[in-house]
Design a protein around this ligand. Structure first.
Ligand code: NAI
Ligand code: MG
Length: 375
């Protein structure tokens, strides 16, 4: 096995971004101390902070760095003070995504701890036990290509070609195989009406027959899945893979299922774990990791932000980019323990978004202590 650790580019961004990134990196310090792994950290700017300094949301230098590191750890970008600025702060992240070719956006949908099920807007008996990974293709489809925009006519070509479909299908297969036995995979499309969906379905089927014969693949129509997410979400425990447009909508919907923006991590991968595709210098996958939430300008500067989404993004980084599965599991376990501390007879350690009164630092320190104990 290669030496543990590697090179990361840290882009804290704006508002609560730096607040939660600082705390998550303290957890990384503890992982280093406990395991001997070493993470070389290069800090730079992206978003409004980059606009202020360089008059651009991201510089060419940072884009180059993003291609050279093993992983990027991102906070959040944007805020009302850059309201009319062009380019806008959020464009920096889009340019990094494109440069890194992080085509697979992963959003886990599960409860960060057992008591968090109470926060869901869905009835407990329907939502309890939900545990799926949603993969959104993020470099193709209707959001790219040559758009036509006229006064009375517009066209967004919704295109996919074989290599784009094959690579995201491989991510789904590889993730399913991380469980033993492998979890099932659902490929989501609108093959009843869209030509590109029919090609998507045929190519995904081919890849699974050839490369993942032991993974069960099923096909699901996107509109029907939107309903089933609400009525029968646990029926999809496993891996779900879909295109850019459906993935955009379904990932927001799946985020809503658990009801806590401050707890949702994400990963964007340039390859499939365990394959040569997108492999970084330490045998993991090149990826960018960030919370689902934005920069929360309404609470920034007050030490009130929930650090959990950023900390869980760190766990995903360790798992996919650095093959540190045990450490990732321990971080998730530590977070769960802290979220449930009151239910388990201890003090309540929850930030305001979870109905508690803890500060970012309180919660972070509790998580750090727990990680230290577990590693
Ligand atoms: P937001 O996610 O920043 O905030 C929505 C609400 O959730 C706010 O009330 C906020 O206080 C709360 N919240 C979010 N994260 C929290 C946390 N960790 N702890 C406690 N409360 C939390 O979304 P919003 O307000 O629509 O956007 C604010 C800015 O962030 C905008 O400039 C937007 O463009 C940007 N944004 C950036 C993203 C990114 O960097 N990837 C993603 C989404 C939005
Ligand atoms: Mg969206």
């Amino acid at each position: 096995t290669p030496a543990k650790g590697g090179k990361i580019l840290v882009l804290p961004g704006d508002h609560i971004g730096p607040e939660v990134v600082t705390e998550a990196l303290k957890v990384l310090d503890i992982v280093e101390q406990a395991t001997g792994a070493k993470f070389e950290r290069d800090f730079d700017l992206c978003g409004g902070c980059a606009l202020d300094k360089h008059k651009d949301s991201v510089t060419e230098e940072v884009l180059k760095k993003s291609e050279q590191v093993d992983a990027v750890f991102f906070g959040s970008a944007g805020g009302p003070e850059w309201g009319t600025a062009q380019p806008n702060p959020e464009s920096g992240l889009l340019r990094i995504r494109k440069r890194m070719q992080i085509f697979a956006n992963l959003r886990p949908c599960k409860f960060a701890s057992k008591t968090m099920v109470e926060r869901s807007p869905i009835k407990r008996e329907v939502i309890e036990g939900v545990d799926f990974m949603l993969i959104r293709e993020n470099c193709g489809g209707a959001y790219y290509g040559n758009k036509i925009e006229e006064a009375d006519y517009a066209c967004d070509p919704w295109e996919y070609s074989r290599p784009e479909i094959e690579r995201v299908a491989r991510v789904a297969g590889a993730l399913a195989l991380q469980d033993d036995p492998p979890v099932p995979v659902w490929s989501v499309d609108k093959a009843n009406v869209l030509a590109n969906s029919r090609v998507w379905r045929r190519i995904v089927t081919e890849i699974f027959e050839k490369e993942f014969p032991h993974v069960k693949l099923q096909h699901q129509l996107a509109d029907s899945l939107a309903m089933l997410f609400i009525t029968k979400p646990t029926a999809f425990n496993g891996v779900i893979v879909t295109d850019n447009t459906f993935g955009d909508i379904l990932s927001d919907e799946s985020g809503g299922l658990t009801g806590s923006l401050g707890l949702l991590p994400s990963a964007s991968l340039a390859g499939a774990p365990g394959t040569d595709l997108g492999r970084n210098s330490v045998g993991g996958v090149v990826g960018l990791y960030e919370p689902v939430h934005g920069s929360a300008p309404d609470i920034s500067g007050e030490g009130l932000a929930n650090p959990v989404a950023q900390v869980l993004s760190l766990a995903m980084m360790l798992r996919y980019s650095f093959n540190m599965h045990n450490e990732a599991d321990s971080i998730e376990e530590a977070v769960a323990k802290v979220l449930d501390s009151k239910a388990d007879g201890g003090l309540e350690i929850r930030t305001g978004d979870l109905g508690g009164r803890a500060t970012t630092k309180d919660m972070s320190e509790a998580i750090q202590a727990e990680v230290k104990r577990l590693l």
